[in-house]
Ligand binder design. Sequence first.
Ligand code: 5AD
Ligand code: SF4
Length: 442
Amino acid sequence: MRKIFIQTFGCQMNERDSERVLALALACGYREASSPEEADLIVVNTCTVRRKPEHKAYSLLGRFGRLKEKRPWLRIAVVGCLAQQEGERLLERFPQVDLVIGPDRIEEFPEALLKSEEGQRFCLVGFKEDPSQRVLLPPHLGVKAYVNIMQGCDNYCAYCIVPYVRGPEKSRPSEEILQEVRLLAERGVKEVTLLGQNVNSYGKKTPGELSFVQLLRKISEIPGIERIRFTTSHPKDLSEELIGAFKDIPQLCEHIHLPFQAGSDRVLKRMKRGYSREEYLRKIERLREVVPGIAITADVMVGFPGETEEDFQETLGLIEKVRFDNLFSFKYSTRKGTLASRWPDDVPPPEKQRRLEELQALQRKITLEKNKSLQGKLMEVLVEGFGERPGQLRGRTRCNRVVNFVGPRDLMGRIVWVRITEGLQNSLRGELPWEAKEAVCA
Ligand code: 5AD
Ligand code: SF4
């Protein structure tokens, strides 16, 4: 029997796309390989949002090309954003590549695969107008699942390649989303994370479609769904209605990922983000007024073209002011075809590195302080797997922190109360409270 190995780079959307590719390949009779060396089909699911993951994908193609010299029947497929960006060029440059499939063409994977088995090389890229996506459940279903609700982006932030490689924004029909969530819930899924580049604008382009908050309400009515998360939100589209939803939809977890990208108005303007520093801070204030204790995470970058030391200090100032629970921070890298690629990439690499390190050191300190402040608290944890030490279980709080604690295996997949004993840099340690019997809440 033929075996498939998938290597995934990038975001949660890519992780979900890899699940869809796997589901389709299993339906074509493939089994999963545990390493690329034993695979008959290798799929590289690529990301081009920054230079680093793009380079990693290229170096992997070189490595898999050498595997193909020993296993000439091996098929290599490139899917995801690099496939869309480079298209036919990948087939020209890399003779080892058999299939190139863009993110919006994944459902055509089985036909392309069969043709490639007959020796044809294939490139399927471009965007469909139809926003539908087949309901393809993840082959390894646990207690949590990702659900695509949107594709693409219309924002064209100056640095960002996403609108070019993921296409225009389109919302998946709510009926399809609800059907998928119902099926997941029937199979024991308790937590869903709704995925889109900008979930706050869900449905806005489709007359008669539900709004994002209406969609959240419908999902919360599905029996078995205990927790709902979503990512990513754009600060300019974060509405009062959505902020309010945190209060009146009990399943909506108290965590929001709200990328701010930069703390200086001058930079935000040139990035074309559509909000000012003050407007961002005001949204944070409102979130905290309505949902005290809400966890807030964000993306930020340093070294955007023209970013001065003063601009950078404003970014640090914003971080100190907001005190994020966690931050994902990046050095700017030029992406071909974006507006910012027309401007000189003028912050020298060592300076970008210095800014990144300074920013990360500040955030590490804040993250640790915030994690420590949870010591002694009782927190609701969804048990997802085994912990780092023998006998330990691992789960996540509603605020998305990882907790390791000692407990019986039969708590797996359940929601329990855990008392936090220690706040660490990247996780929490906890213990089941003495009243553990009553602590199992779902
Ligand atoms: N350079 C560096 N970081 C980038 N991001 C997006 N484009 C770039 C780029 N050209 C970051 C943003 C975004 C996250 C997914 O990646 O912070 O929110
Ligand atoms: Fe990129 Fe901006 Fe769209 Fe996010 S909102 S995907 S940063 S263009």
